[in-house]
Ligand binder design. Structure first.
Ligand code: XIL
Length: 575
């Protein structure tokens, strides 16, 4: 037993004792893993490594020097294949657990640890990717458990590379809900982003692991935003993991929390070709069976949440560009049903919840004059003519190249022009997944381009009469989808990896700072009550009574402000 081990083990016991003093502990609150110190042997820990003839995996476990070491000479078949596991942990629904262990490895490695996989259905209740290296590192998380499971497992998934990894002082113990300091907005305006929700509702995507493990993240979301979108929990692989079997656990928890905090909840996505379950993608189905599966999925999810979810991304990313031509993406939905799957999905969603607003959602669809932007517009226009759609979701994922090249920075006027043509056909525009990834390394110039991006995107939405939702795709760089999806990129979000607001946050905040919460420009003269007829004209007229100011600049600003004001009043009157 090493001295660092003694300290950490004592700390674990101390934290349990402190917990007992501060909170009415559930009976038997203790470290749920009985041999996490490995002073005697490795039992009851078990090794696992899938083996194929081509890749004969192996994994030998041994307690050595007071640690549990797994040695792989050939490695595993899949990144998750070489596993060190512990079975039979009883987990309780609604309980928070602290998971902690020390780990070291022969070289710097990425491993995963998870709690879950008890009885069927197979579920990773809580899974985290972490880095371990030659020096022993303490890895520690507290998460909220959503499922009763008498037979849960704790696993370290080491990866497919040959080598060695050692763990020690493994603790899984129930802990009380942490308390947080009172919330103070980081905004230089002194007001959170949601202060302007009557103008534009700010939203963020929330992924399950961070929602369950970071009360601080949740506190920021609840205090700064007006809406949330589940980043993954409603995707078909997670919400219908087996045909006809829905798992609503994660979405239920997020939705309940959103409702408690008066956050609007966005349904995302119903029909998409990505993150689809294996039973669907690998199965052989006729056209009619595919339609039946699509309807059953839409019915199952929408019936469950009817009346609680006002906006649905019904179809996601159904257009792509091949050889410069934008058309229907070749997916299993498209190929087995034909392009009509889109209209069928919208009609089914409409039937399920006639009061809900339905969206088509896509990336690279933000600009007018762009091959995909134009094709998506045609698609949405067709759906609108049939009364099947209410809004388009412009995802808003953009980037700056690692070398500083700006080909991934949009033409903001083209985005404004696109919003305007949707307005002309009576379709609302929502920015649904905004982020701006930065090609590594980060530098001041790239940060400036990012700040300007957030300013321009939000201002375009504020100025458009038909844009009143602006969602960022994840709060911070600590739980970002970017580094694992785009290897050369990171830093895409408005909070940093320590959950500190970045200049990009202040950029958004400063756009709002020009307005009162009702959408009038700060300093503009309140107009007389708008006549009803004006409210119906789309808000394009300028109220001459409010045009005041000494200089030409002040006059110009006032005119601009009053335009915004009139439109905002109309927008509220409509909703
Ligand atoms: C992303 C999630 O954020 C990731 O966690 C996941 O691994 C992949 O999907 N367009 C969409 C979103 O519509 O659902 C995607 O979300 C990002 C791109």
């Amino acid at each position: 037993m090493t001295s660092s081990k003694t300290t950490i083990f004592k700390f674990a016991r101390f934290s349990s004792l402190a917990a007992l003093c501060l909170w009415a502990a559930p009976a038997g609150a203790q470290n749920l893993i009985t041999n996490g110190t490995f002073d005697a042997d490795s039992a009851p820990w078990w090794p696992h490594a899938s083996s194929t003839e081509a890749n004969p995996a192996d994994n030998t476990l041994a307690a050595a020097d007071g640690q549990l070491c797994a040695t792989m000479t050939a490695g595993g078949k899949n990144p998750w294949d070489v596993i060190v596991g512990y079975s039979g942990i009883a987990l309780t629904k609604g309980q928070r657990y602290r998971v902690a262990f020390n780990a070291s490895a022969d070289v710097e490695r990425t491993i995963k640890f998870k709690v879950g996989l008890g009885d069927t259905p197979y579920t990773d209740y809580f899974i985290k990717t972490v880095s371990v290296g030659v020096d022993q590192r303490l890895i520690e998380y507290t998460y909220l458990n959503l499922r009763d499971d008498a037979m849960a497992q704790f696993q370290l998934q080491i990866g497919s590379l040959p080598g060695k990894i050692c763990v020690d002082n493994v603790v899984v113990e129930p802990v009380p809900e942490p308390t947080l300091d009172a919330y103070i907005t980081p905004s230089t305006t002194g007001k959170p982003l949601k202060n302007w929700s009557a103008m534009v509702k700010m939203g963020t995507a929330v992924d399950t692991p961070i929602f369950l493990s970071s009360p601080k993240h949740n506190q920021i979301v609840a205090n700064e935003f007006s809406a949330v979108t589940p980043a993954n929990s409603m995707k078909m692989n997670l919400i219908q993991p087996a045909r006809g079997t829905f798992d609503f656990t994660d979405t239920d928890a997020l939705l309940a929390w959103a409702e408690t905090n008066s956050l609007e909840f966005r349904g995302h996505p119903l029909i998409w070709h990505t993150q689809a379950p294996g039973w669907l993608t690998d199965g052989t189905f006729t056209e009619q069976e595919m339609i039946d599966i699509m309807y059953a999925h839409i019915d199952g999810v929408m019936t469950k949440y009817k009346g609680r979810i006002p906006y649905w991304d019904v179809v996601n990313e159904a257009i792509n560009v091949v050889d410069g031509v934008a058309d229907y993406r070749k997916t299993f939905w498209h190929d087995r049903i034909g392009p009509k799957f889109i209209e069928l999905a919208f009609a089914r969603a409409r039937m399920n919840d006639p009061a809900a607003k339905l969206l088509y959602n896509d990336y690279n669809s933000e600009k007018k004059g762009d091959v995909k932007g134009d094709r998506v517009f045609e698609l949405v226009k067709g759906l609108k003519e049939k009364g099947l759609i209410d809004a388009v979701g412009l995802q808003g994922h953009f980037y700056i190249l690692p070398n500083g090249g700006t080909e991934g920075v949009p033409n903001y006027q083209a985005i404004r022009d696109n919003m305007a043509r949707y307005n002309d056909i009576g379709v609302q525009v929502h920015i649904t997944e905004c982020d701006f990834r930065i090609g590594k390394p980060l530098d001041a110039n790239k940060t400036e381009v990012q700040n300007k991006f957030f300013t321009e995107m939000l201002q375009a939405c504020v100025d458009a009469p038909n844009c009143d939702h602006f969602t960022v795709w994840g709060l911070s760089d600590v739980d970002s989808w970017v580094p694992s999806t785009f290897k050369e990129y990171d830093y895409a979000h408005i909070y940093d990896a320590n959950l500190v607001a970045k200049p990009a946050y202040q950029a958004l905040s400063q756009v709002f700072a020009k307005y009162n919460p009702d959408g009038t420009l700060v300093g503009s003269t309140p107009p007389p009550p708008a006549p009803t007829a004006k409210e119906d004209d789309g808000g394009c007229s300028v109220n001459p009574h409010s045009s005041r100011g000494g200089s030409w600049l002040a006059t110009a600003l006032a005119l601009f402000g009053i335009t915004v004001l009139t439109r905002r009043v109309s927008k509220r009157a409509r909703s």
